[in-house]
Design a protein around this ligand. Structure first.
Ligand code: PHE
Length: 338
């Protein structure tokens, strides 16, 4: 005959389980937790151990079921102890243990400057070798600097609202606009300084053009201006040729075609030949005496030349980019080639 019935055994084990659970839940420090551990799970005189001994007094047929309950209860109390341990450690114990410091690290991804920014820096560097100081001007301009002082009169088609981004903000009677050319900076510098001067200005300009492979409503120009005694078109051509050869590498031919700009006289379109193809890069000319007068220079004492080239054009030429819109798509697969 068995000394202990299965029911008695189960009641005993459930009671112990509830007590252990209450004691561990109530444990607020390591000492209380350790006391509970010894009381219930202690290897020698723990209460679970005592119940385990009862197993031997059960009828043989009841032993498998009783053993299963015993094991379940032991596992539950052990798990609860682990949970309390983690709670008391601030929940960090397992996280720290899970870091494997021998794993290879995340590779660092290096970026670089945008190809247009690289081009701008390179142009500044080359022009600095010829003594051209790099300057900047505002992108929001008034009509004086964008048109008037550059001899672009009120009737000139370049002032058409359809060809400019006029703003709803005015200075005096005239609305301000996003500059349509960097020639504005020529005026701003000449107003402040006396000749001789050599400046180069690179920055954004805005025109409401429909975007295609060679146009974009925002693009960059490089503006050069030199005002000194005895400056001629020959100096202009030499500077452009030196610039083009340094930037593109090799012997670049420069061609002037007669043209017209209100602020230069004579005026030319500048073409460059590199790798067997002629490309129009921008405009240039001798600074018009009217412009020199507008900024208070004496056209009889000094002459100057100015040029304006498209930065996207020269960058596209150098890198073999067929569509300037690619510069602004922000596609890393395109950009990381530079
Ligand atoms: N500003 C002119 C343009 O945007 C280019 C230019 C600059 C022409 C300087 C002559 C001198 O088209």
């Amino acid at each position: 005959m068995a000394d202990v019935s299965l029911d008695e055994f189960l009641a005993e084990i459930e009671g112990l389980r509830a007590e252990a659970s209450a004691a561990l839940d109530a444990a607020t420090d390591e000492v209380a937790m350790e006391a509970a551990r010894i009381e219930f799970l202690g290897a020698r005189s723990g209460r679970l151990k005592a119940i385990q001994k009862m197993l031997g007094s059960l009828a043989a047929a009841d032993k498998p079921a009783a053993g299963k309950h015993f094991n379940d209860a032991k596992a539950a109390i052990t798990a609860l102890l682990a949970a309390v341990q983690e709670r008391l450690a601030g929940g960090t114990a397992t996280t720290i243990e899970s870091i494997d410091v021998t794993l290879p690290g995340e590779p660092v991804r290096f970026g670089h400057l945008h190809p247009i920014t690289q081009t701008i820096r390179r142009v500044q560097e080359i022009m600095a070798r010829l003594g051209f100081e790099s300057v900047t001007g505002p992108e929001v301009e008034d009509q004086w600097h964008n048109f008037e002082a550059l001899a672009i009169g009120t009737e000139h088609p370049a002032r058409d609202p359809l060809d400019n981004f006029y703003l709803a903000v005015a200075r005096g009677a005239d609305p301000l606009l996003l500059r349509s050319q960097t020639s504005t900076v020529q005026i701003r510098v000449m107003e402040k300084r006396k000749p001789p001067l050599r400046i180069v200005s690179l920055g954004r300009v805005y025109r409401p053009d429909t975007a295609d492979a060679t146009h974009y409503p925002m693009f960059h120009q490089v503006e050069g201006l030199l005002v000194e005694q005895g400056t001629t078109m020959a100096h202009l051509k030499s500077v452009l040729r030196f610039f083009a050869s340094s930037f593109l590498g090799g012997d670049v031919k420069v061609r002037f075609r007669p043209s017209f700009f209100p602020f230069t006289e004579p005026s030319v379109e500048v073409d460059m030949e590199w790798g067997g193809r002629w490309i129009e890069m921008g405009g240039a000319g001798m600074v018009d005496p009217a412009v020199l007068e507008a900024v208070g220079y004496d056209p009889d004492a000094v002459t100057g030349f100015a040029f304006g080239l498209g930065v996207e054009r020269i960058a596209a030429r150098k890198y073999g980019v067929a569509d300037i819109r690619d510069f602004y798509r922000n596609d890393v697969r395109f950009l990381q080639q530079f």
